[in-house]
Design a protein around this ligand. Structure first.
Ligand code: DAH
Length: 351
């Protein structure tokens, strides 16, 4: 009876101690383990004394004793896990968290994406939105609606990749220019239209430093009442001042495109040598950057737009060409080879 009471008191006291115990220190926890759960610890002692308890008392006290032991073990286990988590899973492994980390590489924008974005931003300020169309086109959108008559030699201006349809050389092709998107846009609604249409285009050309079988263009279209050639000139003049800097000169040379009348090609004073003459401008001081003109009334009519009421201008430029003049990239093939040493050189001011 005496032992029973004594053990009962001890257990109550130790239970309080165990419940109150807390540490995040591994050495302190080890002290706890030795004190309660060690081979010469308190629990071992109590179990030894328990042997002297009378058999009737054993039944009730045994239960209490077991619960007490489980309490001490559970406490030890919980604290041990918390400490192990806090110290990382590094103890006992050869993982060294103090080693410097591996560099995290941040990608850069592709030079063509940088230039495309810059072009779009400039025209955004003039209220141009952005539109896109499919790369696989039919004859109507790529040629016929744009006033390229059937069998007309103008179609040979652009060497086309035809896609066979029904085993025949059919009327489906990879678009040769983004002008096809103009047609899609005008067919889908009524003026005013003020949009930029960037995209990839394809031509059947041998790949070299100066030509590739695919490249990128940005098309521009502005159709409304009373749009004039003066609007075209002023818009493009503003564009190049923004893109290449104040003081960039422009000149328009008469040209021919089936879908514009009159048509022109626009040159700018060479952005590399500032007009003094260099390799890029072949000594002339001028470089051509785009084709443009007033949308041919036939094209407006083909797209369901009243050419008596509306007029418009259009232009188209190659993004690679604009990028060349900005970054002096002499070999077109670099744009599509995905060599990170090349790509990493070009950083966008705006990410
Ligand atoms: N589509 C022409 C080309 O790929 C470029 C072009 C010229 C587009 C004049 C136009 C334009 O919108 O008015 O060569």
């Amino acid at each position: 009876m005496y032992i029973w009471r004594m053990l009962q008191d001890q257990i109550t006291q130790y239970t309080e101690e165990i419940n109150a115990f807390d540490t995040n220190n591994a050495a302190e926890l080890e002290q706890f383990r030795i004190r309660f759960l060690g081979t010469k610890g308190i629990i071992k002692d109590i179990f030894d004394e328990f042997k002297a308890v009378s058999p009737e008392e054993k039944r009730t006290l045994g239960k209490v004793l077991n619960q007490f032991k489980q309490l001490a073990e559970a406490k030890y286990q919980t604290l041990n896990e918390t400490i192990a988590d806090a110290h990382g899973a590094t103890e006992g492994s050869d993982l060294d968290l103090t080693l410097p980390g591996e560099g995290f590489e941040i990608g850069t924008r592709h030079p063509l994406a940088i230039v495309r974005r810059e072009i779009i931003e400039i025209f955004n300020k003039l209220g141009f939105s952005v539109a896109e169309g499919p790369e696989i086109e039919d004859d109507w959108h790529n040629f016929s609606a744009l006033n390229f008559p059937e069998e007309h030699p103008a179609r040979d201006m652009q060497d086309t990749f035809f896609i066979k349809k029904g085993g025949e050389k059919g009327d489906v092709a990879l678009r040769t220019h983004t002008s096809s998107v103009q047609v899609r846009m005008m067919e889908a609604g009524q003026p005013p239209f003020r949009a930029l249409m960037p995209g990839r285009v394809y031509r059947n050309e041998a790949i070299s430093a100066r030509a590739h079988c695919f490249f990128h263009q940005v098309e521009g279209l502005y159709v409304d009442e009373k749009v004039s050639f003066a609007d075209l000139k002023q818009t493009l003049f503003y564009f190049v001042q923004e893109l290449y800097g104040e003081g960039t000169k422009v000149r328009f040379r008469p040209s021919y495109f089936p879908f514009t009348e009159p048509s022109a090609e626009m040159d700018i004073s060479c952005s590399i040598c500032k007009g003094a003459g260099c390799q890029m401008c072949k000594g002339s001081g001028w470089v051509e950057i785009l084709g443009c003109g007033m949308v041919d009334p036939n094209v407006l009519e083909n797209c369901g737009i009243d050419s008596k009421k509306y007029s418009g201008f259009a232009f188209g430029m190659g993004i690679e060409r604009i990028a060349n003049l900005k970054f002096e990239i002499k070999d077109l093939r670099l744009f599509s080879e995905n060599d990170v040493r090349f790509l990493k050189q070009y950083q966008s001011a705006t990410i």
